[in-house]
Design a protein around this ligand. Structure first.
Ligand code: MN
Length: 245
């Protein structure tokens, strides 16, 4: 099992499930919502070699956490994984759009300076903005667009740029999500839970359930579930995350 985007620190019982996540998942990317949360979570999750804590500043809290921007930028060189970062273009956050763009642009610029990073990106209502910033820094690393919900045109642009897409079960429950997923080349798809925010049947999706998308994907791709699992693992191997063997 692998999970490329989970808010592991925000599950109500995070400490109780940590050992199980580490055991069942070969790799888990635990994204954080602020640089200070990254510092704290890295300490708490230390010693779980299959769980990587990503340095983030969630666009929904761009305003509240703006004072942590310097900590974010000065920590990128020490962090192997970045996320959750991005831009949220929905009306609820329109007042902070300028700050969000400033944070995202400077983050991606810093990733390029650091030699490239794996970056888990939030792009709700802002896919075009996200893509144009990534385009400015072509050596920023490997962008993974998490829970992509843009237009087909934006999706095609992201595919041309060889962005990855982390997909969760909830996304594949809607027709729009299915349509989008069917247009992503299978070699660019990765599994995510986005738990505990993503809920299925009233329960948060667990990191060891992220690969459940393979059942829906096998229908979209017209292959067996085990073939889609293999595809997912091949995609993961290509990321070269540098896990201890
Ligand atoms: Mn998220």
């Amino acid at each position: 099992m692998i999970d490329l985007h989970t808010h592991l620190d925000l599950y109500p019982n995070a400490l109780d499930i940590l050992a199980r996540v580490n055991k069942e998942n070969r790799f888990t990317l635990a994204v954080t919502t602020s640089p200070r949360a990254w510092l704290a979570t890295s300490q708490v999750f230390k010693g779980h070699e299959n769980i990587m804590v990503a340095l983030g500043l969630h666009p929904e809290v761009a305003d509240q956490k703006f004072s942590e921007l310097n900590l974010l930028l000065s920590s990128i060189h020490k962090a192997d994984f970045i996320g959750e970062v991005g831009i949220d273009g929905s009306s609820k956050y329109s007042k902070t759009l300028e700050k969000q763009e400033l944070i995202f642009d400077s983050t991606i610029r810093e990733c390029e300076k650091a030699g490239g990073r794996i970056i888990s990106i939030h792009s709700r209502g802002a896919a075009s903005k996200i893509l144009s910033i990534i385009r400015k820094y072509p050596s920023c690393g490997t962008p993974i667009l998490h829970w992509f919900s843009g237009s087909i045109t934006e999706l095609k642009e992201a595919v041309e740029m060889r962005c990855y897409f982390s997909v969760n079960s909830l996304m594949l429950k809607s027709q729009k999500g299915k349509d989008l997923a069917s247009k992503i080349p299978s070699e660019l798809v990765l599994p995510e839970s986005d738990g505990p925010f993503a809920n299925l049947n009233g329960k948060p999706i667990m990191p060891w359930e992220a690969m459940d998308i393979c059942s829906d994907l096998s229908k979209i791709w017209n292959i067996s579930i085990s073939q889609s699992k293999k595809q997912m693992m091949r995609n993961f191997e290509k990321l070269n995350v540098g896990l201890p063997q």
